[in-house]
Design a protein around this ligand. Structure first.
Ligand SMILES: Cc1ncc(COP(=O)(O)O)c(C=O)c1O
Length: 348
């Protein structure tokens, strides 16, 4: 049958920029997706094995997960909504609240993609040329928007936004998302502001510091009213049983995560110094570093490292900014040594 697809599709769907995940090749060192290459706690692995023969039962440990997350955050269960990664929570926020959306550039691509998916209008403003946060310009543009996205520490620049700036934005009284996917590598959080601001929605994930990226578990921290609304628009079983039990096991062994985060933070400083001798590198509060690869192109750097079986994230140019950018995840100590050695062979 002759089917005129174009006539049947919502017009805006053709404009959506499909998310492109970081490349993965078995036996290569992957430093492209800000994962934690030390992997999850052995307690997580053991729990997943034990759970393998229980997957006939629908997920039922949501309450326990919310309770355990609340304890980790020093809040109560009513403040926590679990999600299928923080990606899902971004979408849920956009399902609950009216647009338009405001975010800044460069930042995590999902704010824009999810706005497009939901047919929501969106605006963006550029960070300053040194990637610092342009508070006044953001406040100015925020007048035209209703959902405000902030990423702190920001992916891909690694920079955090000060609590003072976040407070000034919350004062506008608009739903404000602070994406803290990299919180554990930075240590600073907006969570204390929840006492004063019901419009604050913090997003966190088990994908980064807790090393559960493959399982898809994240959570939102907000007022009980907002949390209830997020649950209204969420699929009932979006966090699967493996993700639930893994999150619980990970929270039962926070010390394991903290030890690895410490190693990653030490190596982040080491990489910053070593890479800084060769490229323009940005100081990061997350588990990655951003660099401008000049005089090499990001494509050339990617290719040369790929030949040495190391995969980094080639970002290229950001509209409105000079430079050709590459983001490199801080791997395990052994991987980071190999990265430095590989770079020594590339740039003399
Ligand atoms: C800033 C930011 N937010 C959210 C996510 C998505 O995390 P999750 O795996 O929880 O969906 C990422 C992943 O890279 C990220 O960088």
């Amino acid at each position: 049958m002759d089917f005129e697809l174009r006539d049947k599709v919502k017009e805006y769907v053709y404009d959506i920029d499909t998310y492109i995940p970081g490349e993965m090749v078995e036996d290569y060192i992957k430093l492209a997706s800000n994962e934690n290459n030390y992997g999850p706690s052995p307690r997580v692995v053991e729990t997943l094995r034990e759970y393998a023969d229980k997957v006939n039962i629908y997920p039922y440990r949501e309450g326990e997960v919310r309770e355990a997350v609340a304890e980790y955050c020093g809040l109560s269960r009513e403040n926590i909504a679990a999600g299928n990664g923080s990606d899902e929570l971004i979408e849920l926020v956009l399902k609950v609240f009216k647009g338009p959306v405001l975010y800044f550039n460069p930042t995590f691509g999902e704010y824009r993609i999810c706005s497009q998916i939901l047919g929501e209008r969106f605006y963006s403003i550029n960070l300053e040329q040194d990637f610092s946060f342009p508070l006044d310009r953001y406040l100015g543009k925020a007048k035209e928007a209703n959902i405000l996205f902030l990423c702190s520490p920001n992916n891909p620049t690694g920079t955090a936004i000060s609590l003072g700036d976040i407070k000034k934005i919350l004062e506008l009284g608009k739903p404000t998302v602070v994406d803290e996917a990299y919180f554990e590598f930075c240590g600073e959080t907006s969570a204390p502001l929840l006492r004063e601001y019901d419009n604050l929605i913090i997003l966190r994930t088990f994908s980064k510091a807790f090393a559960l990226g493959g399982l898809r578990a994240g959570y939102a921290i907000s007022s009980p009213e907002v949390v209830e609304l997020l649950y209204k628009v969420r699929q009932p079983f979006s966090v699967n049983s493996f993700a639930q039990v893994a999150a619980l096991a990970a929270l039962d062994d926070v010390a394991f995560m903290e030890r690895n985060v410490e190693k990653i933070k030490e190596d982040r400083e080491m990489l910053y110094k070593k890479l800084g001798g060769r490229f323009r590198v940005y100081e990061s509060d997350a588990n990655f570093v951003l660099l401008d690869s000049a005089p090499m192109t990001s494509q050339e750097l990617f290719k040369r490292l790929y030949e040495k079986r190391i995969i980094v994230r080639k970002l290229g140019g950001f509209p409105g900014f000079e430079g050709d950018y590459t983001r490199i995840t801080v791997g395990t100590s052994e991987e980071n040594k190999k990265l430095i050695k590989a770079l020594d062979g590339i740039i003399q």
